[in-house]
Ligand binder design. Structure first.
Ligand code: SF4
Length: 308
């Protein structure tokens, strides 16, 4: 069986930074360190950090007084920041800088008196964080039908921002519908979208031209991993999201001569290796890495950890 690995795949700079913040916090302050929400959406990563002394909670009320607290890469609402401040919790903020950039864009548009529209998935922690960061109402649209259902007059000054795990391609129909619906509309520059989301999606499109089956390594609750699987399916290739090698179903591969593998931005390479090992248990495997876009983006750590 020929196996092709998409390039790039797996960890983005925001995920690397978030995990490093927890690891350095554990080294510097000693366990336990409390993390609000899964630091990134991957069970393997979360379990590894738990083993090192991280404790994951969904609500700050579960954090004891004075305990070092980390906010996940997805960002948090201002109410969460305020609650932490009022309790005097020492906080390390692992919000990805590209998510913070979206928060700042939203605040800027709102300060100019524009009605703010967020393109994203209801209930995703990044969306909840972004809606809770801007000081006013946010209209969430998930698809073109939601745009048609907006009740604002057509000449209302509006602006839109987008969830980072949606790419230019994901949002273009919704943005086009918004631009048709409103006469005075602004949005971020195309260069502002998350590079990692765009690159991983382009790579899976290239992969889909070569293979019979696509395996996307990632967690079921990872938005960007689900999107990679959808893109494979839309390209006409049977595509499956799998957490690790143990989830591989040999039935998926019975007519396949070529298999493509990619991984969501929160899935570590060790899980890609695990899936390749599972393929080897089915039959001989030849692995090639596709040429792709090289990434060399790094985000700085918070000052209190960078020095250590
Ligand atoms: S996918 Fe993009 S926005 Fe999300 S953590 Fe990674 S770099 Fe940041």
């Amino acid at each position: 069986m020929e196996v092709y690995l998409a390039q790039p795949r797996g960890f983005c700079a925001g995920v690397v930074r978030a995990i490093e913040i927890v690891e350095r916090a554990l080294e510097k302050f000693g366990p336990p360190v409390y993390v609000r929400h899964e630091i990134v959406h991957n069970k393997y990563v979360v379990e590894s950090l738990k083993n090192k002394g991280a404790i994951f909670v969904e609500d700050l009320s579960e954090v004891p007084p004075h305990a070092v607290t980390v906010f996940s890469a997805h960002g948090v609402a201002r109410s969460v920041e305020e609650e932490a401040a009022s309790r005097g919790l020492p906080v390390l903020n692992a919000t990805c800088p590209l998510v913070t950039k979206v928060h700042n864009q939203g605040k800027r548009y709102m300060s100019k008196g524009r009605a703010l529209i967020l393109i994203g998935h209801a209930g995703h922690p990044e969306v909840e964080g972004t809606m809770g960061q801007v000081p006013g109402p946010v209209l969430l649209v998930q698809n073109v039908d939601d745009v048609a259902a907006l009740t604002l007059p057509a000449d209302t000054p509006v602006a839109y921002i987008t969830q980072t795990t949606l790419s230019v391609d994901d949002t273009k129909d919704i943005i086009a519908a918004l631009q048709q619906r409103f006469t005075d509309i602004q949005g971020p520059d195309i260069r502002d979208i998350c590079y990692a989301t765009q690159n991983r999606q382009s790579a899976v499109r290239d992969l889909s031209k070569l293979v019979d089956v696509i395996l996307v390594v990632g967690a079921a609750n990872s938005s960007n991993s689900n999107r990679l699987r959808e893109i494979g399916t839309e390209a006409g290739v049977a595509s499956y999201l799998i957490a690790d090698g143990s989830a591989l179903n040999p039935e998926w591969l019975k007519d396949a001569r070529t298999v493509g593998i990619t991984a969501g931005a929160s899935a570590p390479e060790v899980l890609v290796d695990d899936v390749i090992e599972a393929l080897r248990r089915i039959g001989p495997v030849k692995v090639s890495v596709l040429p792709g876009r090289e990434e060399n983006i790094e985000f700085r750590l918070p000052a209190e950890l960078a020095a250590g």
